[in-house]
Design a protein around this ligand. Structure first.
Ligand SMILES: C[S@@+](CC[C@H](N)C(=O)[O-])C[C@H]1O[C@@H](n2cnc3c(N)ncnc32)[C@H](O)[C@@H]1O
Length: 317
């Protein structure tokens, strides 16, 4: 099957907001091309010695996204463009012209693998694609083997890293963890490798749940201490019963603000008193809306952390 590829010319400063907006419209698999150089810190994190010389950063960026030809109606594209043009109030989106081409499905599904290399999340955790090798791993370093397939969760995104930092800071060995929106399973896997007692990971996307199971096995987790379930804790009471809501010491959810807000409404009544809720996936323009929802639902704010344009709340029930 061939997909229709749309490429939008924009500015580097608008890239995060445009990606976020496309994600909210259900458009995933976004590709970004720009000349922003990696920071020295980022270079140290990567296991890449020689990077191609792209020339000076000119502030321009190309954002490509893909649409199944059967869904590619004029009104779909118009809706996407309207949302993107609406961002002009917040950020300089540049000329925002769009071009259309076609690509093979296989390319889109697998091309990114060429560019995803082992990297350090911090001094103690390395994420390693299952098809790569890493030599000379420093003693005491956790190596997490991952193949996210089509699901989210390579560990490269700001929001995943914000969650990992908070998990490392607050997780206790006796904790039972609930990971809502597990994607590749990365947060559950790291928590279990750090010594968490039990974990339940959920996602509404069955492909994500399958990938998370395979990744958990690939990291030799004790599968009797963790489970992976497909469903929605926000709207499905029966699923909440299966998940045993109310039993957890820590809940993590790296999902968009528009999901964190309704989640905060149902979650607290299902949490142990004093249990922690770590959320991210929140773009900075939605920070206040999420803060308000958390406070209205009785959470006490423990810490708010930031990376790029992304926010993470750690709160207590
Ligand atoms: C941004 S990804 C996070 C993946 C991974 N936890 C990470 O931190 O990298 C968000 C995930 O949440 C899932 N999701 C979206 N809405 C959800 C909901 N209402 N309940 C559970 N999962 C949901 C998506 O399918 C996606 O896999």
């Amino acid at each position: 099957m061939r997909w229709n590829k749309y490429t939008l010319s924009t500015t580097t400063q608008a890239v995060d907001l445009i990606s976020y907006t496309l994600g909210e419209m259900g458009i995933e698999g976004i590709e970004i091309q720009d000349k922003v150089p990696l920071s020295e810190e980022d270079k140290k994190k990567m296991f890449i010695d020689i990077l191609p010389d792209l020339g000076p950063d000119d502030g321009k960026a190309l954002v490509s996204f893909y649409i199944d030809p059967s869904q590619d109606h004029e009104d779909t594209i118009q809706r996407v463009l309207n949302e993107i043009y609406g961002l002009r109030d917040f950020v300089d989106i540049g000329e925002a012209t769009i071009t259309k081409s076609q690509t093979a499905d296989e390319d889109w599904m697998n091309n990114w693998k060429k560019y995803w290399k082992p990297f350090k999340v911090d001094d103690a955790i390395i994420i390693k694609p299952t098809w790569e090798t890493v030599d000379d791993v420093p003693e005491g370093t956790l190596v997490v083997e991952l193949d996210p397939g089509t699901s989210f969760g390579t560990g490269m995104h700001h929001t995943t890293r914000l969650c990992i930092t908070q998990i490392k800071k607050y997780l206790q060995p006796e904790y039972k963890l609930l990971d809502v929106g597990c994607g590749s399973g990365i947060l559950t896997i790291i928590s279990m490798l750090l010594g968490c007692r039990e974990a339940t990971a959920t996602d509404i996307d069955p492909h994500a749940v399958d990938a998370a199971v395979e990744n958990a096995k690939g990291n030799h987790l004790d599968m009797s201490r963790c489970r992976f379930l497909c469903g929605d804790v926000i709207s499905d009471n029966e699923f909440c019963e299966t998940v045993d809501m109310g039993q957890y010491d820590m809940v993590v959810a790296n999902i968009l603000a528009d999901v964190i807000i309704p989640l905060s409404k149902v979650l607290r009544e299902h949490m142990k008193p004093g249990a922690l809720f770590v959320s991210s996936g929140i773009i900075d323009m939605k920070e206040e809306a999420v803060r308000q929802a958390l406070l209205e639902n009785g959470f006490e704010i423990v810490e708010v952390t930031y990376s790029g344009e992304w926010v993470s709340f750690t709160v207590r029930a």
